[in-house]
Design a protein around this ligand. Structure first.
Ligand SMILES: [Zn+2]
Ligand SMILES: [Zn+2]
Length: 160
């Protein structure tokens, strides 16, 4: 995939992230076909489809409970990568051999999904995710991880 296309997809992914209703942090993810330079599927983080109490609204349940980034992943929204892969499953789009572009480092749970979905490369808009992440897991399982410049997580400084 050419540099030019990747640049454009990053812009698309950052724009898509704005659709998230998460009050804590907004992420976007795109599944790309590296041979045809096209987007196969998209996703962003947020609450359960159709509404629910896991995410959205004024405050974040994770913040309310004082949960640190990278921990207790069952609390809070569906992650962007998780949603891309679920959208693919729901719509019959193959993930095998695709690349995923995401606006922050995937967490360990998403890294597991990415690996088993047959996605071969992860392009991360670096610094988006401040917690313990799944980058090492991805590399250990033969998935290429490439970091590109992008907006940093504003929470990095006050995350303890
Ligand atoms: Zn959320
Ligand atoms: Zn995740």
């Amino acid at each position: 995939m050419k540099e030019k296309h990747i640049r454009i997809r990053i812009e698309q992914c950052l724009a898509l992230a704005k659709a998230s209703n998460c009050p804590r942090r907004k992420f976007g993810a795109l599944l790309l076909d590296p041979e045809r330079n096209v987007v196969l599927m998209d996703g962003y983080n947020g609450g359960p489809r159709g509404g629910g109490h896991l995410c959205g609204g004024e405050s974040c349940l994770r913040d309310d409970l004082g949960i640190r980034s990278g921990q207790r992943m069952e609390v809070g929204c569906h992650h962007a990568e998780m949603n891309v892969i679920c959208n693919c499953a729901a719509s019959g789009v193959p993930t095998k051999g695709g690349w995923i572009l995401v606006t922050g480092e995937p967490c360990v749970l998403c890294a597991k999904l990415i690996h088993h979905a047959g996605i071969t490369k992860v392009i991360v808009v670096g610094g988006g995710y401040a917690g313990e992440n799944g980058v090492r897991y991805l590399r250990e399982h033969g998935i290429g991880v490439e970091s590109v410049e992008g907006p940093q997580d504003e929470r990095t400084v006050d995350l303890t």
